[in-house]
Design a protein around this ligand. Sequence first.
Ligand code: PGA
Length: 256
Amino acid sequence: MRKYIVAGNWKMNNTYDEGIKLCQAIIEKGPELEGNHKCIIAAPYIHLSSLSSLMDGTGYQVAAQNCHEEEKGAYTGEISASMLDSIGVEYVILGHSERREYQGENDAMLLKKVKQVLGNGMLPIFCFGEQLAEREAGSHFELVKSQIEGVLFQLSSVEMEQVILAYEPVWAIGTGKTASSAEAEEMHAYVRALLLEKFGTEIANNSTILYGGSCKPSNADELFACENVDGGLIGGASLKSDDFIALITALQNAKS
Ligand code: PGA
């Protein structure tokens, strides 16, 4: 069954205490999650163990924002997938545009990371999306297709059915400029058609495709109403408990 997800991506924000307070506020005031609705918080590594304990039994779940592509070894400063699994992390964001840009993450690395995450019993949230220049040049479908082919099309069906997808047009991230619901729906439908062609009906229908990029309470209703938008990956608006809770509620209303 397709899952509907609001995932917060705190990025490099919140000291330890700030993160704990924010998480407490969300689970205390946030709605109960019913059926196939999920809420995930992707926090910096320092918060993950405590957040996993705080969220235990609440239905809310914790994600990391990255992991290393190798199993273990001499990689000073890195964190492996098995380490994340050992503290109760359930999801890992991979391929966020900020990591593609600043850390040079490419398809080959991302494929290894996806395999590490799946191999350790966690679920990847795989991000992709075009830059402004690509949209303006009309090559955004081609670009997204190549990002998906380069990583997800290398997976088996058993692996692919566990992947959560997140379309994040780079020009909309942190800019206040959201894709219109028509633009989001058009790309999400395109991605689902790619999945249909490669993996068949069941995987295409059951895959969760999130939208990310300046998603906030004021535009969430319209975005979440789209047939192929199954929730959001939320940056800025995940840092305020009221806004984040409003987004969880908006998704519940849109997909009840
Ligand atoms: P934003 O970030 O909501 O602040 O645009 C989204 C993301 O980068 O995941």
